[in-house]
Design a protein around this ligand. Sequence first.
Ligand SMILES: [Zn+2]
Length: 267
Amino acid sequence: MKKTMMEMPWTEVRDAVEANALVLLPLGVIEEHGPHLCLGTDTFTAEISCRHIAAQLEESGIPTIIAPPFSWGICQATEGFIGSFRIRKETAKSLLFDILSTLADFGFKEAYGISGHGDIEHNIMILETFKEANAALPLGARFCFGRDIFIHYGVGERDLNVCPVPPSTITVGNPREQDIHAGDMETAVMAQYYPEFTRSDIAKGLPPVRLENERYMEWMFSRNMAAFSKDGYLGDPAFYGSVDVQAHLEELAQRFSDAIRAVRATN
Ligand SMILES: [Zn+2]
């Protein structure tokens, strides 16, 4: 698996600058993920996605480097639950901007944000920061963001702060309830890549917890996770064994690397 900058000496980072590598920036939070997954789950899954996307980009001849994972995004729906760190939006924006600014100082020309977390305030924070970075820095900063939700954020296909990614079209699991938070998908990825941080014994004994579609926005803005799930998960972690993790990550890496190649081809 490809390393991140955290695991490299500076000389390898310099070599990547000289090779005009593009940067993938994993974007996560530190957040409760039920009694079976660690607080770093969204940061780890963003990093795992980056390792797979980087491999596909490099196969097509595009030098790629992965930045140190950013863990200090915004927990909105789970705010107030033990384990969810409350980071102010201005703190997250300042820190993310400083990271992008440093990458530009190193000499990188392009950075693509890859998120492991879906809260609305978190997405808005990233979109705003990447927009400000584009205006202020000699760096093309794009957030790889779901094309299907652009309309909810007032984002356009040709905006310079986004890389439009189409939604997944494959089914890789068989949960009794959809994975909204810490369900079968996240549990499966963590059990495969970070088994030492995953309580699969506990996951196997958890009952499915449902969130009705019409209550999604209520949950997102409630800041009262315990009212929806006292254990802090929504989905079916017990069924994680039926998820085809390799198929999921290969399809994800294909969609994201295709999207990155597409924006590079038109700029
Ligand atoms: Zn998560």
